[in-house]
Design a binder for this molecule. Sequence first.
Ligand code: ADP
Ligand code: MG
Length: 309
Amino acid sequence: MSEDAIRIEGLTKTYRGSHGQPEKQALKGIDLNVPRGSVFGLLGPNGAGKSTLINILAGLVTKTAGKVTIWGFDQDQNPRQSRAAIGVMPQELNLDPFFTPRAALEVQAGLYGVPRSQRWSDEILAMIGLTDKAEAYARTLSGGMRRRLLLGKALVHRPQVLVLDEPTAGVDIELRQMLWSNVRKLNAKGMTIILTTHYLEEAQEMCDQIAIINQGSVVARDSTANLLGRLDARAMVIQPDGPVSTLPQGPGIEAEARADGTLALRYHNRQTSAEDVLAAVRAAGIHIRDVRTEQADLEDVFLALTSSR
Ligand code: ADP
Ligand code: MG
């Protein structure tokens, strides 16, 4: 048995052009693995292909080529088992306005062939805070309640993998906190979580693994800790008070004399402190007229990796 919850190999998707639109290659040969038990963040700008990827996992979009394995089951060879292993909270609100939350959960459970004895609609309703609204029509629910119901629907068959497509885009803080606390609880019980989000801080906080995709390709894939390791790069830019004969030296410090007469000193915040850098500057006999710092954060690296080529 593979250790991966999801394994994706050479996945491509080309949408056929319609209404005079040219065809669109939304995924260009994606290779990706999602370890079991992880909270996996799929990041990328609008149009990167995140929803296409997720909808292929969900069986809502047919792939053009490639192989998708969910919980050890090949999507083409074992469509039923692979579908049973995954629950998806889609980006779009797609609820039947005439169903009550309880009915929506029961119908969904029926679609997945969950026997009545194994249904857990009451627990789900409690978890998503809709016990009071169990018998209200979906069309009378607020936007936030509908999103919570979408989460509930993704859980009816107790999938091993839960996928959330932009669950917190445009929702208020309270709902966001509720969603994240549910995600944490489900993950603590062993569920593998895959989510897309626009909020990089949120990805940083929630996810232990991150993939960044851009224009249909994976441009970074690492543990969050390693990505942040890349991100703690700092630069101190010094305007020396006079000509510089010796560049500052020190462990973890990379010095560069720039054409404008400034000195850029690159270092990693985790290993080297700003104090160490300043000490190295003084040791090189350099007097500082002015100093400023440049620092990369997740936003910068994200932009560097995803800006159009
Ligand atoms: P994301 O979720 O990262 O914003 P999408 O997967 O929704 O990206 O879209 C990826 C690309 O595929 C975009 O260029 C989008 O316009 C295009 N696309 C998405 N769905 C369709 C579709 N049904 N038909 C044609 N093109 C589509
Ligand atoms: Mg999307």
